[in-house]
Design a protein around this ligand. Structure first.
Ligand code: FAD
Length: 284
């Protein structure tokens, strides 16, 4: 099933998982999936490391396993460094696995020299995918603007180009202030971007995790979030519970304001997904 169809029926609730590093043993993800399955998400997406992570070969297999559970899956696919022939091969692989939803991404630009490949931006890849097969194409978007593009208006124009290339739905990067999401949604409306937008929510359960995200993606930390972290950062259980409560508050507000869907960055942690599921599943 193409996941864009889900939005016609309800507020969509999806999860994101990543293939574990080879050193942690590939089996750990299948145990995680078993637990996530029992929470009946509408769909689960699986990340894929740009430029060749050590665990990418698991990514499509995980997407296939999710489909086997009767839950829709979305395979992430970054195009940085890929040739057209590489991408065509990946599309054939996905077709053979009957995975019909792809999150088409550029990927982060490597700091060192790299072979640029045939695709400069995700929009080039979206066009190529739509031309090659009957895929549902999902793309990334950034409520606070993408870190490489300092001009938010320009960033929205780039997003419009990407959506017009054939995007069926969008998923946002994490954000911690819902007002950033509402302002972004308005900019999308003004730019005539009309596909469903899922809000990406990451429960922040330790300080190192958010410091990494801030330096990688430029996510802003609201005052109330900083105060929460200052208070609980040395108490892991309290920090975890406060992070879950913060995410639940964000989700309740987003659903009340008519969000199309919530995409939960589970960090492969079924406990957190379960706690959030318990708090919000009656609201969807
Ligand atoms: P693009 O849409 O190509 O945009 C990248 C930048 O280029 C933006 O600044 C944009 O404004 C600018 N731009 C676009 N078009 C033009 C143009 N024509 N001219 C000039 N500038 C332009 N990364 C992974 O490696 N693996 C994953 O699995 C993964 N999953 C993700 C899931 C989500 C929901 C999100 C939000 C991000 C994910 N990422 C992942 C990270 C993503 O690859 C990075 O954020 C990357 O830097 C941008 O990818 P993009 O597809 O948004 O790029």
């Amino acid at each position: 099933m193409k996941t864009k169809e889900l939005f016609k029926e309800k507020t969509v609730f999806s999860y994101e998982v990543f293939p574990p590093k080879k050193t942690s043993g590939p089996q750990s993800i299948y145990k995680t999936l078993e637990e996530l399955k029992s929470l009946s998400p509408d769909c689960i997406s699986v990340t894929y490391g740009a430029g060749g992570g050590d665990n990418n070969d698991e990514s499509f297999k995980i997407a296939q396993t999710i489909k086997g559970y009767g839950i829709e899956s979305i395979a992430h696919l970054p195009c940085i460094g890929m040739t057209k022939a590489d991408l065509e091969e990946k599309l054939e692989e996905l077709q053979a696995l009957q995975v019909e939803n792809i999150l088409a991404l550029r990927g982060d630009l490597p700091a060192d020299d790299y072979a640029p490949g045939d695709f400069s931006y995700a929009s080039d890849m979206v066009r190529f995918i739509k031309d090659k097969g009957d895929f549902n194409v999902v793309a990334a978007c950034y409520p606070e603007g993408h870190i490489d593009c300092k001009d938010k208006v320009q960033d929205i124009k780039h997003l419009k180009t990407k959506v017009d290339a054939g995007v069926d739905q969008l998923i946002t990067q994490l954000f911690l202030d819902n007002n950033d999401f509402y302002a972004f949604r308005e900019r999308c409306e003004l730019a005539d971007i009309n596909v469903p937008i899922e809000a990406g929510i990451m429960p922040v359960v330790n300080k190192r995790q958010i410091e990494r995200m801030t330096s990688l993606c430029g996510v802003k930390l609201p005052d109330k979030f900083v105060k929460m972290m200052d208070r609980y950062q040395d108490k892991p259980v309290a920090m975890r519970d406060a992070g879950i409560a913060y995410a639940v508050n964000q989700i309740v507000d987003l659903i009340s304001q008519g969000v199309d869907g919530i995409h939960l960055y589970t960090m492969n942690n079924p406990y957190i997904a379960k706690k959030i599921h318990e708090a919000v599943h009656n609201l969807l």
